[in-house]
Design a protein around this ligand. Structure first.
Ligand code: ATP
Ligand code: MG
Length: 556
């Protein structure tokens, strides 16, 4: 974003590695576990990895880290692929599944056993934890650590052949039970789990642990820079140990960066699952969520998300970003791209008493005053229009420049009109506003140079398209914060969704399709909802209003 390009710390590492010949090309990867939908935080990781591969003319691999057999896996594979493609990260022909490497991982484990670097243990999970020691106390040797290579090989093969039940035996790396880093105290690298895997079925009943599997996956694919988040920093010595002991010729390098957090925003799978189950949201792609599917449905563009993650930067220090920054990015992206049409969200009729009945005329309006390339359109105008209810007040406060009896305003791209009064129903609700127009002010300016202070938008009643519009606020009650301190539940905002069923749109909206984005004049940016719109039924999501409290930081 800044004018003079500054390099982030990962770029500095890569450039040093290239300069020193530690690697000759760059290969990065994105390794999601297919156990949920991707969210805005993952987008950061995807765009970072893909962006680095592009910048250094290297490769970006897509790899499902599916070493952990669970039932739900397959369901998420397709959604993850679609999200990454939508973001524009292209893995070309390099779509991999870690489970395809189970054979090589098994061989790697045998290699460690043969080198005396791994042994089969009989300890239970609880015992392993107890033997491991604490931050202040060293761990104790596993009684099985003295087993011979032959014994270990025999037992490991028996594990593989299904001779033991879940948890009965594990394979541990032999490193250092006294290491100050607990991850190095003979970590478990293989476990018995009699589970069916979505890819390998019942072929295996032993599965590798993440810390063992991940470096092998990277090494097999020729990944040069394995970028992960900070919580893996203490695991790096183990990562390095695995690639060193397995003697890979071009060992990959792990680099950690800080996760992206958004203030007052829920991303946790557990919480979102509950919101879906409780029917509070309409699925994982509910536009109030920040899964990539939800952001896409709401109307965010890949460009806006890219701009946002770039704005957040890459660092080693944890920090939280504001949702307002994301809103800033989508406004910036759409302001010149999206057509700017008139739509009335809360309509009331405006009747021009001196305009001929049955007359319609076409007025010309620019499609986007900030972008001439979008051209112009003809907008029908007639005696009866819809205007926003809030653009009329019978008794206006000071500084209200819109319609009130006796006041003259400009109807955008049309005429000057002067309010003459209103009609109300028994409850006192305004049902019609009346006015007269000045035929000489066609196009929105008066030949006698008379000025008006207010300009309002409108839609001709006879030609209006009725649509549903959904307005969103944060699903979290920001005053209270995300979590309820007493029971750990979410503090929900009861007003996070407002549905307006009778909005009036100018005819230019006819033919709008799923994901089409518009600026509604004076209102904000809106997107055609892809899930609930149908032939003859338009539903719009408000992406963001026009008002902004966000200020772009001076130094990015
Ligand atoms: P889980 O909590 O279930 O492990 P996860 O969000 O870590 O979920 P993964 O599928 O393991 O999900 O993540 C894939 C990649 O995305 C990892 O490399 C991880 O470091 C990165 N990632 C996850 N969350 C964030 C985040 N908030 N910001 C940046 N990167 C993230
Ligand atoms: Mg994870």
């Amino acid at each position: 974003m800044s004018e003079t390009e500054s390099k982030n710390f990962i770029e500095q590492i890569i450039e040093k590695d290239l300069a020193e010949g530690a690697c000759s090309t760059v290969c990065t990867r994105f390794p999601p576990e297919p156990n949920g939908y991707l969210h805005i935080g993952h987008a950061k990781s995807i765009l970072l990895n893909y962006g680095l591969a592009q910048k250094y003319h290297g490769k970006f691999n897509m790899r499902f880290d599916d070493t952990n057999p669970t039932k739900e896996d397959i369901e998420f594979v397709e959604s993850i692929k679609a999200d990454i493609q939508w973001l524009g990260a292209d893995w070309e022909d390099r779509l991999f599944f870690a489970s395809d490497y189970f054979g090589q991982m098994y061989d790697a484990a045998e290699k460690l056993i043969k080198k005396g670097k791994a042994y089969v243990s009989d300890l239970t999970a609880d015992q392993i934890r107890e033997y491991r020691g604490t931050l202040t106390e060293p761990g104790r040797e596993d009684p099985a650590s003295k087993r011979t290579v032959e014994e270990n090989l025999k037992l490991f093969r028996e594990m593989r052949d299904g001779k033991y039940g879940d948890g009965e035996k594990v394979l541990r790396a032999r490193i250092d039970m006294a290491s100050p880093n607990i991850n190095m105290r003979d970590p478990v690298i293989y476990r018995v789990a009699h589970m069916t895997h979505h890819n390998t079925g019942d072929q295996w009943c032993i599965y590798p642990m993440y810390d063992f599997a991940h470096p092998i996956e990277d090494a097999i694919e020729g990944v040069t820079h394995s970028i992960c988040t900070l919580e893996f920093e203490d695991h790096r010595p183990l990562y390095d140990w695995v690639v060193r002991e397995l003697e890979y010729p071009n060992p990959p390098k792990q680099i950690e960066f800080a996760k992206l957090y958004l203030k007052n925003v829920v991303t946790g799978k557990r919480y979102i699952k509950k919101l879906v189950q409780d029917g509070i949201v309409d699925g994982w792609d509910d536009p109030r969520l920040v899964s990539i599917a939800a952001l896409r449905r709401r109307g965010f563009t890949p460009e806006s998300i890219k701009m946002f993650v770039e704005l957040c930067g890459v660092s080693k220090a944890n920090s939280t970003a504001d949702y307002a920054a994301l809103e800033y990015c989508i406004r910036e992206d759409l302001k010149a791209k999206a057509p700017r049409y008139m739509a009335i969200l809360d309509p009331v009729k405006l009747i021009i008493d001196n305009y001929p009945e049955d007359q319609t005329e076409m007025l010309t309006a620019a499609n986007n005053p900030e972008n001439e390339a979008l051209g112009s359109r003809e907008v029908p105008f007639g005696r009866e229009l819809y205007i926003e209810r809030e653009d009329f007040m019978e008794e206006p406060p000071k500084k209200y420049f819109r319609l009130y009896p006796g006041n003259e305003v400009r109807l955008m791209n049309a005429y000057y009109v002067k309010c003459t009064g209103c009609v109300k129903d028994e409850s006192g609700r305004v049902t019609e506003v009346h006015c007269t127009y000045d035929p000489a002010s066609r196009g929105g300016s008066s030949p006698d140079g008379r000025k008006v202070r207010g300009t309002i938008h409108w839609v001709a009643a006879a030609a209006a398209i009725t649509a549903e519009v959904r307005l969103y606020e944060n699903i979290i009650d920001e005053e209270k914060g995300v979590y309820n301190e007493e029971d750990g539940s979410l503090n929900l905002n009861p007003h996070s969704l407002t549905v307006l069923k009778d909005c009036k749109l100018e005819p230019a909206f006819a033919g709008a399709k799923a994901y089409d984005r518009f600026q509604f004049v004076r209102q904000g940016f809106f997107c055609v909802d892809a899930k609930d719109s149908a032939e003859g039924r338009l539903v719009f999501n408000r992406i963001v209003s026009l008002k902004s409290s966000f200020v772009l930081p001076k130094t990015v």
